[in-house]
Ligand binder design. Structure first.
Ligand SMILES: [Fe+2]
Length: 274
């Protein structure tokens, strides 16, 4: 049974937070404003915060429960040894449940805030999943699965049986978190899930009008079966538009994929993190 939370937003750190915020404002149609020492980009269904710090790092990732009661129930199952101090942000409520993973990434479990009004123009797109690179995918998988209760959807093993990637879900959608083995731990990408193939094409046309090149895709991931494309933000973080991600049936068996390009893109080449 999934924990019942969904990805709410990421807080990116950047040497140039204003530039990054303006990028998400333009390319992902999320109007940006400055609040204290952070930049907040908000549109219906999607939110990003950015503040000063090293590139390719998250200040935190925030998941949201539908209400305070469900977060309370969840808090009782999380081991106190994983708890950490809550970071400050205009996008967080004061009672967030905050943990730190084995690589030092901070994850906050909050309660869903009222959404921004829908805007005309581009199709809807929801903050839906993010991915981390890690030198020890097996240890990170144990933490997210055993300590935080995330459900494993798919694993990617190499020929020696070493875990190279895995995909975990917190609701019925195939993954809200992906982990990729890589030499150094860092933030990999965030994804905005749109409403279908036609909507994905509209988003791709929008990137084309802005002369923001697609750096990976259009393709179809094996795990998750979603169609996607990715662009780079000014710091070189990947940012994805995805559509038609798998909706997992209850008790879906854990999938197993070989470590090869085709797993990450059934239609062609892939960005291999290791
Ligand atoms: Fe993704």
């Amino acid at each position: 049974m999934e924990i019942g939370a969904t990805l709410d937003h990421l807080h990116l750190s950047s040497p140039d937070p204003e530039r990054v915020a303006r990028f998400y404002a333009d390319t992902y149609a999320m109007p940006a404003r400055r609040v204290g020492d952070e930049w907040i980009c908000v549109a219906a269904g999607r939110r990003v915060a950015v503040s000063e710090g090293p590139a390719h790092c998250l200040k935190y990732a925030a998941f949201a429960f539908p209400d305070g009661a469900s977060r309370e129930v969840y808090a009782e199952r999380v081991d106190a040894s994983a708890l950490a101090a809550q970071p400050a942000s205009a996008l967080l409520d004061r009672d967030g449940l905050t943990v730190r993973d084995p690589d030092g990434n901070v994850v906050v479990f909050t309660v869903r805030a009222p959404d921004a009004p829908a805007a005309r123009g581009l199709p809807p797109a929801q903050s839906q999943h993010f991915a981390l690179r890690t030198p020890d995918a097996a240890r990170m998988l144990r933490f997210y699965h055993e300590t935080l209760g995330f459900t494993i959807s798919d694993r990617v093993l190499d020929e020696e049986g070493i875990l190279r990637a895995c995909f975990l879900r917190t609701d019925a959608l195939h993954h809200s978190l992906a982990l990729f083995m890589a030499p150094e731990p860092c933030f990999d990408h965030q994804s905005f899930e749109t409403t279908g193939w036609d909507a994905l094409r509209e988003w791709a046309d929008h990137m084309g009008e802005l002369r923001v090149p697609i750096v990976w895709g259009i393709g179809r991931h094996g795990p998750g079966n979603d169609t996607f494309f990715m662009v780079h933000d000014p710091d070189g973080n990947l940012a994805e538009i995805s559509s038609d991600i798998e909706v997992c049936a209850p008790a879906r068996p854990v999938g197993l994929w070989p470590h090869e390009q085709r797993t990450l893109n059934l239609w062609g080449g892939a960005i291999m993190r290791s």
